[in-house]
Design a protein around this ligand. Sequence first.
Ligand code: SAM
Length: 280
Amino acid sequence: MSAIDDLPPLRTVIAEHGLSARKSLGQNFLLDLNLTAKIARSAGNLEGVDVIEVGPGPGGLTRGLLAEGARKVFAIEKDVRCIAALEEIAQVYPGRVEIVEGDALEINLARLSCGPTKVVSNLPYNVGTELLTRWLDPVVWPPYWTSLTLMFQKEVAQRIVAEPGTKSYGRLSILSQWRTTSRIAMELPPEAFTPPPKVRSSVVHLEALKEPKFEANNKRLFDLVARGFNQRRKMLRASLKSVAPDIEEKLLSAGIKPTDRAETVDLERFCALARILESS
Ligand code: SAM
C-alpha cells in the first residue's frame, strides 16, 4: 500500500509485471508517488478535468493524477507489457481510467476526452518535441486542451521558455510563446528516475491563450521562424532572401534590421513580418 492510494508500491508493480526499462521506449520511470502527486498538482486543479497522459508506463503519474482528483485519465501507452499494471489501477478507480494501447503519434488525441481537458505527461524523450509541436499547432485554435504539463530534458524546457538574445531562444520558444503562457514548474535531478537518465529534467507548464499574443498566419510565421533559425548565425537578409525579392524593405517595415540574426528578434516583430509578407 502506498502513501496516496491502496495500490502496491511501484517497485512491486514493476517486479510483478517484469517491466525492466527499455531505452528504445524512453523508459525512465518515476517511482516516488509523492513526487508524481506533486507533478500532478503542478497542472493546477484537476477536479472535474479529463487528463490525457502519454506514456503512463507502470502508472506512477497516473496514480498521482487520480489521487489529485482527475475526472478521468486517458492513458496512452505503446509498451504492451505495461497494460496489465495499468488495468490494476483502473480497477481501483472504476470508470476513471481509459487505457489506450498504441503509439501516441498515430492516435488522434483530440478525439479522446469530452469535457475540459489537460495534458499531463512524463514524456518519452524521443517523441516529446514532436508531440509538443503538434499540440501547439493544431488545425483550430483554441485547442481541445487548456494546459500542457510536460516533462522534458532541462535543455528542451529552457528552449520553450527562452527570451530573445539567449542561447536557448529559437523555434520552440516562438512556437510555445505565441499562443501560450509558459513556465518551468519543477526541476528534477537524474536520481528521481529509475533508471536515472544522463540529463536533468524539468516540468514545463503551458496554459493555452484564447487568442495568439499577436496576429499572424501560423504557416507564414512558422515558415519564417524555421528559415531564420535554421541558419541562426546568418543575418536575416540572407536567411530570408528567397522569401521575397524586397525582403530588406519588409524587414525594416517590421522593425527588424536586415543585419539582425533570428536569435535577437522577438515574437512581436516576427509576427509583424509575417503580417507584412501575408498582405503583399
Ligand atoms: N509515466 C511513467 C513515469 O512517469 O514513470 C513513464 C514515463 S517514461 C519517461 C515514458 C513512457 O512512454 C514509457 O512508458 C514508454 O513505454 C512510453 N512510450 C514511449 N513511446 C511512446 C509512444 N510513441 N506512444 C505512447 N507511449 C510511449
